[in-house]
Design a protein around this ligand. Structure first.
Ligand SMILES: [Zn+2]
Length: 71
């Protein structure tokens, strides 16, 4: 993975948070959600991601909670 490319990848829940590249996928450095890599193509859909232990709902993720709810 190109380090420059990795540096521009962001958590889909919060564009200020970076992702960390692991063997099995990309992990958000804040909410720890892991986005899988399938056939060498990363999937950044939150619905497809693996939630960290203890988190049951997407809405409970720190990045999601940080979202402004105005409007
Ligand atoms: Zn996140």
């Amino acid at each position: 993975m190109n380090p420059e490319l990795l540096s521009i990848l962001r958590c889909p829940c919060d564009p200020t948070v970076t992702l960390e590249h692991r063997e099995t996928g990309f992990v958000c450095t804040r909410c720890l959600v892991e986005f899988p890599i399938r056939d060498q193509i990363p999937c950044f859909l939150i619905e497809e991601a693996s939630l960290p232990g203890g988190t049951r709902r997407i809405a409970d993720l720190p990045c999601r909670k940080a979202e402004k709810t105005n409007g």
